[in-house]
Design a protein around this ligand. Sequence first.
Ligand SMILES: CC(C)(COP(=O)(O)OP(=O)(O)OC[C@H]1O[C@@H](n2cnc3c(N)ncnc32)[C@H](O)[C@@H]1OP(=O)(O)O)[C@@H](O)C(=O)NCCC(=O)NCCS
Length: 174
Amino acid sequence: MTTRLRPGGLGDEAAILAVQAASWRATYRGLLPETVFPRAEDPARLRFWREVLLTGASATRVAVTAAGAVVGFASGGRRRDPNLPADAEIYALYLHPDRCGHGLGRRLLHATAHVLRARGAARLGLWVLAANTRAQGFYRHLGGVPQRRQRSVEDGVAFEEVAYVWDPIDHACG
Ligand SMILES: CC(C)(COP(=O)(O)OP(=O)(O)OC[C@H]1O[C@@H](n2cnc3c(N)ncnc32)[C@H](O)[C@@H]1OP(=O)(O)O)[C@@H](O)C(=O)NCCC(=O)NCCS
């Protein structure tokens, strides 16, 4: 199955949100309350993604099939949370559940790290839900080092998360 990566652009917002919604359902059901799951048709989230794609402030890479369907994406930029021991952060990395396990996650992580390094980042980090053991195994396999654990609250939901760091960022570039 040929899948290529390209920068995300205006017009990809609905497909990105659909992937995110499907991935959350498959990944976080039973781990987080479904009331906080993103919905593919949520106007506020569509506006958010349109803004991200329009400004280019976050580096967004999408994985696209030969037929043009977006089946995964990664997004990153400057560290948002000062507790993350890095200067650049992967904000999101999600594949459609049918596309997991074929090397796409690695390609998306590497491609996004390349962009962030080219923008001057020295250390890359991300937060992952502590209960998301599959993703943590993936990040460890790709050289990420767990460095910090914290309790956070978002949308009234409390959860544990773990910071993974690639220092230097070259270790995340493949
Ligand atoms: C996590 C995710 C991005 C990984 O992408 P993927 O395409 O499934 O993973 P890949 O096929 O690229 O895996 C790359 C390597 O990591 C290994 N790997 C993947 N998951 C692993 C795990 N849980 N433990 C150990 N190694 C793992 C693979 O075996 C592969 O190794 P190899 O090619 O060197 O033999 C993807 O599964 C996904 O979208 N999951 C649901 C959403 C999610 O949890 N996102 C992260 C939010 S922080």
